[in-house]
Design a protein around this ligand. Structure first.
Ligand SMILES: [Zn+2]
Length: 324
């Protein structure tokens, strides 16, 4: 049963196309300027949320907003300006911009506190410079946290992390893909991470260090992932069989990736990536219609809040949170 205060939060990780080539151990032939994630995925999500009247949280990798000459990921200054404008338009449309780190290193959680701190501080400085709004949310690359990373997140001024996907089936699938890549000599740049994290709480909690964690939703049935890429893979059957289970959840925090609204017909998507990333074969319009169905159905009877709003409300209330 839904309670009157139940919310739905939606968020989008803007992981540039180069990270997908990296995960699959492939050589990236796409220039930063022709990145389909930034060129197509991000504007399509903004349009989808405008049509649905929803506010979301965008987790931005700050090096995507910085030129290579300044240590960032983008060669062309015009492209830097264009992306910064796009990020500003998120805030103007009522969305939250949060940090997905500066460099999006999958091994960030294993680095020294000093290195992590430098990465996170740089990210919030850039995102603040671009948006003019203090950045108070963080999502770890690859869903991996560590005590040093949690300390650095708090030190960067964040009041929440939304980094945990408590889904054992997701991690088993990920580890199998990594194992397959290693066996055929194309090792993934992703890392195994914390073995226990898939089994942790599905509801908000505080880390031992005090930082608020807003986990991503999973479907109660087997804790299947309730994230955009899987909505695509579940297809129409997901709407019939899985959505009713997810609808029962009081806590809803749905994660998408900007690549979820990119397909094989978009410039910058190569055949070898499509063969590794099967959701790219589903057309953008079909994915758009699936996402619309999931979101409209799940939003019924709930208030739509950005993660920042959720975190502020939890902080103000006497909401009892367990510690893990
Ligand atoms: Zn990411």
């Amino acid at each position: 049963m839904l309670a009157s205060g139940d919310t739905i939060s939606v968020n989008v990780d803007i992981d540039a196309i180069r990270f997908y080539y990296g995960i699959h151990g492939l050589t990236n032939c796409t220039s930063p300027e022709s990145d389909p994630v930034w060129n197509f995925g991000v504007p399509r999500f903004l349009k989808l949320f405008a049509e649905l009247g929803m506010s979301a949280t965008f987790f931005v990798v700050a090096s995507d907003l910085v030129s290579m000459s300044d240590g960032g990921a983008v060669q062309d200054l015009t492209e830097v300006k264009r992306r910064r404008q796009l990020v500003r338009s998120m805030v103007a449309q009522g969305h939250e911009v949060a940090s997905h780190s500066f460099g999006h290193s999958y091994a960030l959680s294993r680095k020294s506190f000093q290195d992590i701190n430098a990465d996170l501080q740089r990210a919030v400085d850039i995102l603040y410079e671009v948006t003019g709004v203090p950045i108070i949310g963080f999502r770890a690359p690859g869903y991996n946290l560590s005590p040093s990373l949690i300390d650095a997140i708090e030190k960067s001024g964040a009041i929440y992390s939304s980094s945990r996907l408590p889904s054992p089936p997701y991690f088993v699938a990920k580890w199998l893909v990594m194992l397959k890549g290693a066996l055929i000599g194309q090792p993934s740049r992703s890392i195994i991470g914390e073995i226990a994290s898939p089994f942790l709480s599905r509801r908000p909690y505080r880390h031992r260090e005090g930082l608020l964690e807003l986990p991503m939703s999973v479907i109660p049935l087997l804790r299947l992932p309730a994230i955009g890429t899987f909505f695509t893979l579940y297809g129409d059957r997901g709407i019939d069989w899985l959505l009713p289970h997810l609808k029962q959840e009081n806590w809803l925090n749905l994660e998408f990736h900007a690549i979820d609204l990119v397909d094989r017909s978009d410039a910058g998507v190569t055949q070898n990536l499509v063969s590794r990333q099967p959701d790219l074969s589903t057309s953008m319009t079909q994915k758009q219609s699936l996402f619309t169905n999931w979101l409209l159905e799940l939003a019924q009877g709930r208030s739509n809040q950005t993660l920042k709003e959720v975190a502020n409300n939890i902080d103000r209330s006497s909401y009892h949170l367990s510690k893990f």
